[in-house]
Ligand binder design. Structure first.
Ligand code: PAF
Length: 293
């Protein structure tokens, strides 16, 4: 595995891969890798000849009062995991490499960036869309892998790829959870034991709604109310909504199509998000990459 920190080095390494006609899979991350990232890397190594992982805590996607300075980091552990999983290139640029002096161009995403998390994190998805587009241009992958836990991020990236004709296919892999249901997130490391116990209400709420849905309940408001009840131990429920998984439009009334139930809560100062997919015909949507915009 090559560890690369600069763009000229990355260019040379990628040129060699392309000249030998290797397909390139890309997993962009902010590091502090967990089993969720590992599952994306495994998807990539299974499908592509060479996998590139980036570890970059992107400053432009954090608001002024958010956790940029204390975002968890463990580069040595990240390197070991990537090595073990057969990653070809680990790209770990400094901020100045990604945003050199004078940088002033960014991607304005439109209404899907203003709903859900966008309501509470203004500017967040502009930062995500911009860095992901930049990383795509740097790596020029054939396939890029993202986790379903960040459902809004996946919808936005698919939109950006389509709207800007970026030559990359996006695959979305299912959320990886702890045995007790908690969705894996680097930010789980902020949770105290009591906060972690409270955080379980999020997945419990989503699963309660999923069970009721499987049992025939189709009313979006009743499903949401069931989920919210389990999440009541959170300090704040920022949203808990049934949405279209691609447009992110909030849906009410009778559900008769594929939807997502998405939630964001704050517990002990930590913001957590999670979601589940609900499919009326009962099919088990384990891997949603085949659903296109
Ligand atoms: O999901 C993340 O870790 C980040 O938002 C991403 C896609 C790496 C962009 O910084």
């Amino acid at each position: 595995m090559r560890i690369i920190r600069t763009l000229p080095e990355l260019k040379v390494a990628l040129k060699a891969l392309r000249e030998s006609h290797k397909s390139i899979g890309f997993v962009p991350t902010m590091g502090f890798l967990h089993e969720g990232h590992a599952s994306l890397i495994k998807q990539s190594t299974a499908r592509c000849d060479a996998t590139v992982v980036s570890v970059f805590v992107n400053p432009t996607q954090f608001g002024p009062t958010e956790d940029l300075s204390r975002y968890p980091r463990d580069l040595e552990r990240d390197q070991n995991l990537c090595l073990r999983l057969g990653v070809a290139i680990l790209f770990m640029p400094e901020a100045a490499e990604v945003y050199p002096t004078g940088f002033c161009t960014s991607i304005s995403v439109g209404p899907i960036a203003d709903v859900l998390c966008g309501e509470f994190r203004p500017g967040h998805f502009r930062g995500v869309a911009t860095v992901v587009a930049k990383l795509f241009n740097m790596v020029q992958p054939d396939l890029a892998f993202f986790g379903q836990k960040d459902l809004q991020q996946t919808a936005i990236i698919r939109r950006v790829v389509k709207d800007l004709n970026l030559p990359v296919d996006i695959l979305v892999a299912p959320t990886v959870r702890e045995a007790d249901g908690l969705a894996l997130s680097s930010r789980n490391s902020y949770l105290s034991a009591t906060d972690r116990a409270r955080a379980l209400g999020v997945s419990r709420g989503l699963f309660a709604a999923e069970k009721a849905f499987a049992g025939g309940l189709r009313d979006a408001d009743q499903l949401t109310a069931l989920a919210r009840k389990e999440m009541a131990g959170a300090d704040e429920i920022q949203y808990c909504r049934v949405v279209d998984p691609f447009t992110l439009d909030t849906l009410g009334g009778e559900i008769n199509r594929h939807v997502a139930l998405c939630a964001a809560v704050v517990i002990g100062g930590t913001r957590l998000i999670d979601n589940i997919l609900l499919t009326p015909n009962g099919e088990n949507v384990q891997f949603i990459s085949h659903l296109d915009v």
